[in-house]
Each structure stands twice: as structure tokens, then as C-alpha cells.
Design a protein around this ligand. Structure first.
Ligand code: ADP
Ligand code: MG
Length: 257
């Protein structure tokens, strides 16, 4: 019926670092339930845009709206509490802990655990129940990403590809509505890559929304509903994969890389 719901709205975002303009003027909308690609040559401002959306950096100007709530300037835990989470270009799992522990801790890290819950007797029973649920959820994630066999390994012993899987499983443990993925496939072998992309589509069918930074054009073009192209801190163009792929401006931007 052509009805579209915009889950994320970014308006005129701007960020400079000293004399460097990382994000000059970025505006775009993301449709709920889509896999939207965010591409552009190195240094275009993609990761900084993610930082501004998720409260890792404060924008110098502009606004971010998520589910019709203005979240501009929210801290990252506040953004996460709204249901908007991101993965980092460099995975940041807690390497001393096992894979399973990493998954079980993810929601608590996000929410900021309160101390009293573990002290009061009634609350303690609740905690035990919650922990059981959390453990079940964690095992479901391990299965979804086919990393059950490394559940009790230290996260630090994982391969680069397995870390990417863990990173994605970790953000999903926080029960988000939308996930920003910053080059989730970098360093992932082709078998795992296919698996991750497959999971992305499964999760999309369940109603998740993804904004996806990836440098492999074929991956973007074959898997995204819409593609947004950034260049020099601004949006160059956006549209369906075929239109973007054949856009002269896009080709020029990448030639200049
Ligand atoms: P992309 O992710 O598209 O490759 P980035 O957002 O990482 O681009 O970077 C955009 C520009 O901003 C680059 O020129 C980069 O060097 C610069 N930049 C990003 N973060 C910082 C920072 N913390 N300090 C100074 N310059 C930065
Ligand atoms: Mg980047």
C-alpha cells in the first residue's frame, strides 16, 4: 500500500574535529524494517555519522529522531535504551570473559545495572529468574550465529570473523529495534560472510531495521533495499541499488578515492 514508516530521521548533522569537517551536512531517513546501505569512499564520514547518531560523539549541529523521539545529544546508553544500537568498526568485546559471559552481560552494560536489585531478597529471586532467561537468550544467539562450540572460550581467543559474529550477537542481546553495522564483514571469511548476511535477512523478516556500512559494493547492491551514498561529509545521492550503482556522481566519487 506504499505506506512507509521512517524509524530514523537524520537532519543536517554536522561535526568538525579541529579544522577537519568529518560530517558537513548529512540528512537522510531510514525506513522501518529495511536493510539500508550507507556507502562512500574512505573518510566520507560514515563512522562519524554513526557516532553522532548513537551518542558516541556530540554533533555540532543538526538533529536525530528515532521512532519520532528526538534523541539528539543523548548518551549512547540512552540511545540504546530507545532500541537503537550499533556495532563498531573495531569489535570491542571484553576479551577476559567467555563468549557466553559477554552475551549475558551485554544487556546489563547497556542498561547500567542497579545495585539494590541483587541485595533485596525478593529482588534476588527476580535476578535469578532474569539470569535464567538471559542464559536461554544467550544460547539462542549462539545458535543463531553458530558459535555454540566456542561458548566457553575466552572472547580474546576468537578469530576475527568469530568476533564479528559475537559483536552482532551482543548488540542483539540488548533487544534493539534498529542496528547500525559498521563494516561487520571486514576480516570475515566468505563462509562466515554468507552466514552473517543470511542472518541479517532472517532478522529483517522478524522486523529489525539495519543501517549497514560496507565497502564491498556487491554485498551492498545485492542485499540492501535502499542505498545512501556519502562523500566528503555529505549525502551525495540515495536510491535503489541499481540506480545508485549506475549513478555518474557515485562512480566519480569512488574514482577520486
Ligand atoms: P569513514 O567512516 O567514512 O571512512 P570517518 O567518519 O571515519 O569516515 O572520518 C571522516 C573524516 O573525519 C576523516 O577525514 C577522518 O580522518 C576525520 N575524523 C574522524 N574522526 C576524527 C577524530 N576523532 N579526530 C579528527 N578527525 C577525525
Ligand atoms: Mg569508517
Amino acid at each position: 500500500n506504499g505506506q512507509q514508516e521512517q524509524i530514523l530521521k537524520v537532519e543536517n548533522l554536522r561535526k568538525t574535529f579541529g579544522g577537519i569537517t568529518a560530517v558537513a551536512d548529512v540528512s537522510f531517513h531510514v525506513e522501518k524494517g529495511s536493510i539500508t546501505g550507507l556507502i562512500g569512499p574512505n573518510g566520507a564520514g560514515k563512522s562519524t555519522t554513526f557516532d553522532l547518531i548513537t551518542g558516541v560523539q556530540r554533533p555540532d549541529g543538526g538533529a536525530v529522531e528515532f521512532n519520532d523521539t528526538e534523541i539528539t545529544g543523548y548518551r549512547s546508553d540512552q540511545v540504546a535504551n530507545q532500541g537503537l544500537v550499533r556495532t563498531f568498526q573495531i569489535a570491542r568485546e571484553l576479551s577476559e570473559m567467555t563468549v557466553l559471559e559477554n552475551l549475558m552481560l551485554a544487556p546489563q552494560n547497556q542498561a547500567g545495572e542497579t545495585v539494590w536489585r541483587a541485595v533485596l531478597p525478593r529482588a534476588r529471586a527476580q535476578v535469578v529468574e532474569q539470569e535464567k532467561e538471559l542464559r536461554e537468550q544467550a544460547w539462542e544467539m549462539l545458535e543463531l550465529f553458530e558459535i555454540e562450540h566456542v561458548a566457553h572460550e575466552s572472547a580474546g581467543n576468537l578469530s576475527g570473523g568469530q568476533r564479528k559474529l559475537l559483536e552482532m550477537a551482543r548488540v542483539l542481546m540488548t533487544d534493539p529495534e534498529m542496528v547500525l553495522l559498521d563494516e561487520p564483514l571486514a576480516g570475515v571469511n566468505p563462509t562466515l560472510e554468507e552466514k552473517l548476511i543470511d542472518r541479517l535477512h532472517t532478522l529483517k523478516e522478524q522486523g529489525y531495521t539495519f543501517l549497514f556500512v560496507e565497502h564491498d559494493m556487491d554485498v551492498i547492491m545485492n542485499n540492501c533495499d535502499t542505498v545512501i551514498v556519502m562523500h566528503q561529509g555529505s549525502v551525495l545521492t540515495e536510491g535503489q541499488p541499481d540506480a545508485v550503482k549506475n549513478n555518474e556522481k557515485v562512480l566519480d566519487a569512488y574514482l577520486g578515492e
